[in-house]
Design a protein around this ligand. Sequence first.
Ligand SMILES: C[S@@+](CC[C@H](N)C(=O)[O-])C[C@H]1O[C@@H](n2cnc3c(N)ncnc32)[C@H](O)[C@@H]1O
Length: 282
Amino acid sequence: MNNEFSELVKQEWTVDDTAKAWRKWHNKLVPHLASLTKVLLEAAAIQPGAKVLDIASGSGEPALTISEMLGPTGKVTATDLSTGMLKIAEDNANKANKNNLEFKQADVHELPFEDSSYDVVTCRLGVMYFWDCQRALREIGRVLKPGGVASFVAWGDVSQNGLVRSIIGPFANRKELPTPPPSAPHPFRFAKEGSLTAELKSAGFSQVNEQTHIVPCPWPGPPEELLNQVYEIAIPFQPFFNSFDNQDRQQVEQEVIANLNTFYDGINTDPSICIVAAKAVR
Ligand SMILES: C[S@@+](CC[C@H](N)C(=O)[O-])C[C@H]1O[C@@H](n2cnc3c(N)ncnc32)[C@H](O)[C@@H]1O
């Protein structure tokens, strides 16, 4: 079940520094990525009392938001490959006194759950990292009840993504960003329209509906802080950022900050982003 990419994904997401950075920025990431949660959950149409499995929950979203929709009889199971990430989610749930959430470390390629046990599966910004996407999607199908819904959000087209263009653009203008093979896990793996639909259909899902959305992503702080946050949590891009020497990096950063300043109103830095949302039925 492991393949050439599995070790890389595990390494990126399970090292201590990754969890430390997500813990540090969680409270600001909530509003920053709230539009993604909205799109994801509108498609999922979760009902009170539902049993929901959230895959790749990271520091807790969207599982924490879902827990508010379920009422006393519903339950959301938050899962992630990384115990460090999941611990942040659990700490955040405890702080908010939530008791309809449970936490389970799990690799999506081998889910430790019975067949047909969930009404809904959600996954925000995780599907791009599944190193054997067909196996992972079939696992999701297996644990969904017949007629159950799976809802995904992934990064969309870079050219329509103000955040990514502003930050990665000045770096990529100086040095070509390495292009990963199509099946390699990376943030923009499903940016091409229809690519996630094709995976879902071949994994046996029906009624697949994929849509592209341009949504706001207000960062509650100045551009410099947004950039620091991206350096710290955009794990797959770190080798590329770190390949620039100090002098080049300083120059590039000035351009990045100038780009981001065009989106700064003194409170939020709010470049729009492009996302792909796909919903499918088992
Ligand atoms: C970009 S973060 C998204 C976290 C959260 N859902 C959010 O939107 O803030 C990607 C998450 O996917 C998780 N992940 C990567 N591969 C996974 C796998 N095979 N099984 C489960 N989780 C995985 C990582 O550990 C990481 O927490």
